[in-house]
Design a protein around this ligand. Sequence first.
Ligand code: TYM
Length: 329
Amino acid sequence: MTRVFSGIQPTGEMHLGNYVGAVRRWVDDQERAEAIYCVVDLHAMTVPYDPSVFRSETQRLAMLLLAAGLDPQRCIVFVQSHVPLVTELTWILNGIATVGELRRMTQFKDKSHGQESVSAGLFDYPVLMAADILLYDTDEVPVGDDQTQHVELARDIAIRFNHRFGDTLVVPRATIPPVGARVKDLQRPEAKMSKSIDSPQGTILVLDSPAAITKKVRSAVTDSGSEVRFDPDEKPGVSNLLALYASATGTGVAQAEGEFAGAQYGTFKAAVAEALVEYLRPVRERYEELAADPGEVARILAGGAAKAEAIATVTMERVRSSTGLLLPE
Ligand code: TYM
């Protein structure tokens, strides 16, 4: 059976880009694959963060993943740091990855740009991500467009590792959605929707109220002209809304375009807002139920970590053996 693995960082709120680009597909993938999903708290520690809320943010994000539809009967949901073997594999893979290829990572360039001090962890971030993926014998990694370079690196590292030490690691590949792989900020459609950009009006959060979603869509930047047409270069704002509509209603972009041929921007935006409200409504409702019972979430995470660790232990036995580490008696 295909093994699927993916992760999401716990700092900041889950936004529509995360949901459309990744998490919504995680829910689908649990039906057809052996799926493992992870709240990557160790990755979030590579930039300055607030330790007084870190724990609750981690718990909250796990709750949101369950609210989004991850079912602990059908997949494994756990917190990255609960299976510390990933840090051992990271260290071993540090001997395989090169400084040159890490320097080429666009996320590192973006996040370190203009910073006075950059942590070694931020530089090494893609190796920890490769360890996540490779530790769980992953075939497919469902991610948004911005993470495909990191998955490619994990793939290169696995191939190089196997070449050097013999066939040990499964070689993974990224899967991206047909629409919504790069959801744009509603106020700045040239930039991706993100947790770090300070653009609250341009970012729809998965837990936003219907009124907030409607307001943000209504004030979304559209383009000059009045035609609702999919043309990301000429009409990035409208195209982003069309892609969101297509994702939310499960149609294709061409079909969505046809539906709004001749429509005014106002009518179009009202339909997009309504579709997004309905798309996110079940998540918000389930979240409220789960929030009433945090003990249940903790139990689910403990069960997930135990299952994840069992898989990781077998991989690490192979890795220690093929790399020639002296095994303890
Ligand atoms: P993170 O936490 O930034 O984002 C989680 C997922 O959401 C996707 N995403 C988007 N998709 C479409 N449009 C957007 N605007 C948008 N913004 C975010 C991301 O591509 C991602 O799939 N390094 C990863 C976390 C990670 C991971 C892993 C992922 C750690 N280990 C192993 C896969 C496998 C990250 O920071 O994602």
